[in-house]
Design a protein around this ligand. Sequence first.
Ligand code: C2G
Length: 131
Amino acid sequence: MKKVITYGSFDTLHYGHILLLKRARELGDHLTVALSSDAFNLAKNKISHFDFAQREALLKAITYVDDIIPEDTWEQKRNDVTQLNIDIFTMGDDWAGKFDFLGDLCEVIYLPRTPRISSTAIKNIHVSSLA
Ligand code: C2G
């Protein structure tokens, strides 16, 4: 069984995330998502709109996601890949090159990021414009 892992906050879940998760799952037979904890989001200078439990509940509803673990630190990736017997590490290509150091443990694949959609853009949509 080819195991895939990916990391992120997945705040205000949107189709860019869904496409990423779909493509990640299609790289193998099993996809683990390491979901950023609220504390780690702060370490990334991000305040997520939804807390970990809410973001986790949304991810659990996605057929492409087989397992979810917390992401608490930048440094946990090597241990995760080893402990979970991961074959492929994948991220959107806005991270291209940043995780090549995992290349001795597993395949590292960067997937095309979906343009024009982001959690930040969604959070900036003013309620009035939705009226
Ligand atoms: N993504 C995408 N297209 C978008 C937005 C995001 O493909 N329009 C991808 C990102 O490239 C990332 C994943 O969706 O692979 C999750 O995005 P974020 O939640 O923004 O993750 P990020 O804050 O980049 O956290 O240790 C790694 C970090 O936890 C990554």
